[in-house]
Design a binder for this molecule. Sequence first.
Ligand SMILES: [Zn+2]
Length: 344
Amino acid sequence: MKAAVLEQINGELVVGEVGVPEPQFGQALVKITASGICGSQLQEVAGNKGNAKFVPHLMGHEGSGIVEEVGPGVTKVKKGDKVVMHWRKGDGIESDFPTYTYKGKPMRSGKVTTLSEYSIVSENRVTPVPHDTPDELCALLGCGLSTALGTINEEANAKFGESVMIVGAGGLGVNLIKAAKLASTFPIIVLDIHENKRTVAESMGATLFINSKDQDVQEEMQKNLGIKEVDVIIDTSGNKQAIEATIPLLSGTGRYIMIGQPKPGESIELHTALHLFGGEGKSIRATQGGGFSPSRDIPRYVKLYKAGVLNIDGIITHRMKLDEINDAIALIRKGQAGRILIEM
Ligand SMILES: [Zn+2]
């Protein structure tokens, strides 16, 4: 099969021929229909995920597919089922790592990978969904959209009418705008250093877009919304300066949620840290996928989508082929994309 392989850290991905093994105990063979690309994959390319010792390896952790075959012990899915592939653990067996073949050598891989035509996936990384669930929704539910919904609903516990700030309007940021909108928060303030994100952020439902490279954030909030503080701030950038500049904007009941990961070894300074004791006491929290629980949440989210409550229009900004994977990554790096969908 064809698959995107990370051969060397900071190199281009190689779309090459990879041999697929038979599914073993607790594994399913999935024919992939679509995959998203997440900020995590950019971190992997840079070797920031402790993955340098595992190259060459396969990539991707949010996908849509159809089960082709299941290994011994698998009961959660069967041949022909449509599934969401996700990196968070759901119900089912935690299988061993699969071993593919690449350039005549064995290649060990992760328990879920999605940037390939087929994948061997651990039973607890697939969740069956009805056949009429769109591929793009399935791919988004594997990470980006589920992380966004979990972050707003579980981690931030955002209340009706609370103000939300989203730092970074990339793939995760656009999902967060939708999630913040769904939770009836207001206003929704979006920060990005790329002016070209303004239109997409506003069309997704941002109340105010601030170009934090050229504009003073607090001044813009005051001028346009009459507020100086925000109840929930979510950083998707992992950027030290952006985090340090926005923590002091928390309201008296403010919750700061970090999703974007700083670089390994990097420190973040709390400027005028005393302000954290203001009001009711504020919190700063680093989240793992928004606390998203695949077996519990995916069926709920599919139900909301079908009822017309959860709207995903505009989240996918580009649809590309596996052969264009390096162009896709370049677009994300340059801040020119929301979520990109790779269609197999
Ligand atoms: Zn992800």
